[in-house]
Design a protein around this ligand. Structure first.
Ligand code: GRG
Length: 296
């Protein structure tokens, strides 16, 4: 099966599981109809489903029949919650997400806040429910996801990002901290949770984590390079900050040539970490390449 066919198959399975595992209220059934509509609204708006597909393909390296779908859905719930909250007026104040009005525009701010809370909490309910037959696996999955999404990583990365926007001199170490935690943490967790469901050993889990970390950094640096290239004709940069967003980026801090080199190094490190994994890594390699060799 070619890469695109397999990718589309996995995305279809993820979408079906999202629909099954996230609550909905239909018809005249009494209950919290609005919150579930708001939770599903951004969740079902599309998106690349990168984190769920990473989890499924990591699990398949070890056990072709491993059921990583609930873990994949839990990851997408957390990712979507972070997008819904990131779009709120108190954070990025965005009007559009995944091609639709953001959740707070479509509903209202309080509903969007609660929809994010609902998605965050539901992720852990899914793990505790669907892997209940294996309590050690539940513990490992919950620990992994809570760590990636918590105050030391995703939430901490977001906090430092908000603080960095307010000052003019974010350092290279601060920028790395932000992206290792805001972007890479959930990619690491996706691969590691797939590995946990597949029964990977400690050394392999560590290899999956390394791959996720490089993938996350490469993803972010490439984003900055593409943004700067798109903007360069009209905008340029000012004193370490991106002229359009006012944010410190890899390009504004290191310059375009060094940023391109860093993106290439991180990409190669991610691919090398994937090649070193056991099993048939061809799909995962192509997935990483498709993430990193994008032009917009
Ligand atoms: C509010 C706790 C909290 C965190 C917000 C996700 C996030 C952190 C901010 C969004 C802004 C951003 C560019 C973050 C970097 C992570 C990232 C690349 C998010 C977008 O992920 P994609 O491209 O989105 O996989 P889709 O919609 O395809 O799932």
């Amino acid at each position: 099966m070619d890469f695109t066919t397999k990718l589309n198959q996995l995305i279809t399975r993820v979408e079906a599981s999202l629909d099954q595992l996230v609550p909905a209220h239909v018809g005249t059934e009494p209950g919290p109809v609005r919150i579930h509509a708001a939770m599903r609204y951004t969740l079902q708006a599309g998106g690349k489903r990168l984190r769920p597909v990473l989890a499924l393909s990591a699990a398949e390296l070890f056990q072709p029949q491993a059921s990583a779908l609930p873990a994949a859905v839990a990851l997408e719930c957390i990712h979507t919650y972070s997008l819904v909250h990131d779009d709120l007026p108190c954070m990025d104040n965005d009007d559009l997400r995944r091609g639709r009005p953001t959740a707070h525009k479509q509903f209202d701010e309080a509903t969007a806040l609660l929809a994010g809370d609902g998605l965050l909490t539901h992720a852990f309910l899914i793990l505790a429910t669907h892997y209940a037959a294996d309590p050690r696996l539940v513990t490992a999955l919950v620990r992994e996801l809570a760590d990636a999404a918590g105050s030391a990583r995703l939430v901490g990365g977001q906090m430092q990002d908000l603080l960095a926007e307010k000052k003019s001199d974010a350092t290279a170490a601060e920028l790395d901290f932000i992206h290792l935690n805001k972007t890479a943490a959930m990619l690491e967790a996706s691969l590691v949770m797939g590995g946990l469901v597949g029964g990977a050993d400690e050394a392999t889990l560590s290899g999956l984590r390394t791959a996720g970390r490089h993938l996350g950094l490469a993803f972010q640096i490439i984003d900055d390079v593409l943004d700067a290239t798109a903007d360069s004709a009209t905008l340029g940069k000012t004193a370490g900050k991106d002229a359009k967003s006012g944010k410190t980026t890899y390009v504004s801090l290191h310059g375009i040539d060094a940023a391109r080199r860093m993106a290439k190094d991180q990409t190669e490190a991610a691919l090398a970490a994937i090649r070193a994994l056991p099993g048939d890594t061809s799909f995962l390699l192509q997935l990483a390449e498709s993430m990193l060799r994008r032009s917009k």
